[in-house]
Design a protein around this ligand. Sequence first.
Ligand code: ADP
Ligand code: MG
Length: 361
Amino acid sequence: MKIRVGVVFGGRSGEHEVSLRSAQSIIDAINKDKYEVVPIAITREGKWLTSEESLVPEIVVRHGYPVALLSDATHPVLVRIDAQMSFYKQLDVAFPVLHGTYGEDGTIQGLFEIADIPYVGCGVLASAVGMDKILMKKVFAAYGLPVVENAHFLRSEWERDKGSVLRMIEERLRYPVFVKPANLGSSVGISKVKSAGQLVPAIELACKYDRRIIVEQGVDAREFELSVLGNDDPKVSLPGEIIPGAEFYDYNDKYVDDKTRFELPAKLPDEVILSMQQLALQAFRAIDASGMARVDLFMERQTGKIYLNEINTIPGFTSISMYPKLWQISGVSYPELVEQLIELALERKRDRSRNLIIPFQ
Ligand SMILES: Nc1ncnc2c1ncn2[C@@H]1O[C@H](COP(=O)(O)OP(=O)(O)O)[C@@H](O)[C@H]1O
Ligand SMILES: [Mg+2]
């Protein structure tokens, strides 16, 4: 019997389109002799759709028929949403390929936990912490890992007393600073602020996207990314360098302009590569990640000092994305990577099943 994999893509996030592209590459690469793929599209509105005719994400999201995942742990099934509400297909494992909100932030992971379905990638906690730039940096700092100086506040605090928020920022940081919504990706809502005059509009912009805001010390740095794969004993790829075409690696640069250059592998001395790899593994462990994550680092140009920028728990996964590319140059092909991720999901589930559930007294 084939293992049935529900590949979940699209979603209610700014990264809906990227997700469709990532999912297409993953579906193409899945070994169909071993696995049966059930495509599951989530529309921008949050409707779940599947299809028997097509494995093309763009088509499923437009022409699929409505299904829902049952939250009943004794029936890990998709149900057709029609007059009969009939059981449709049992899922053996889910592969969420959803970047950003409602996909990478622990919410859908929680749904899979409730439905008792093994799933690829990080669990609820690691996903939520990895998504939140404030908590992520606090956790890294608590483990003694290097992060840039930062300050954070609530939107409501800003609205109540702008003066004291501005004072707090200027006491702690020097220009340039980066202002970011705590929970978002793809550089949306992020501004580089070079002088006091630009700070207020940057905060106002970030406040449109989140109720918590982080302001970070800007560093003049080269940017590197590493891929991590595994559960309790993860392995790490070689680093790649991102050379942004714009002033920083913003949304346009990521998805529109196509001016970014990538150096794969990054040209760095062996000992620097080694320390970056150790840092990436420490970051992965710090948030209790599992399956996969891409760890992004800064190296300050003047001092050579390395900082953790962030961890991404569902990184871009198109055939030309950094995460799989870094594995390719480190000896793991794209189809092998997809297979290993599914196996890691099943392994994690087996490990969790060993936990005793305290019986009701
Ligand atoms: N503290 C910082 N110093 C210098 N550049 C930064 C800093 N924070 C962010 N950047 C630039 O902005 C980009 C996006 O920021 P990041 O925190 O990675 O957000 P996202 O989660 O949207 O990718 C980075 O890739 C980098 O180019
Ligand atoms: Mg980033």
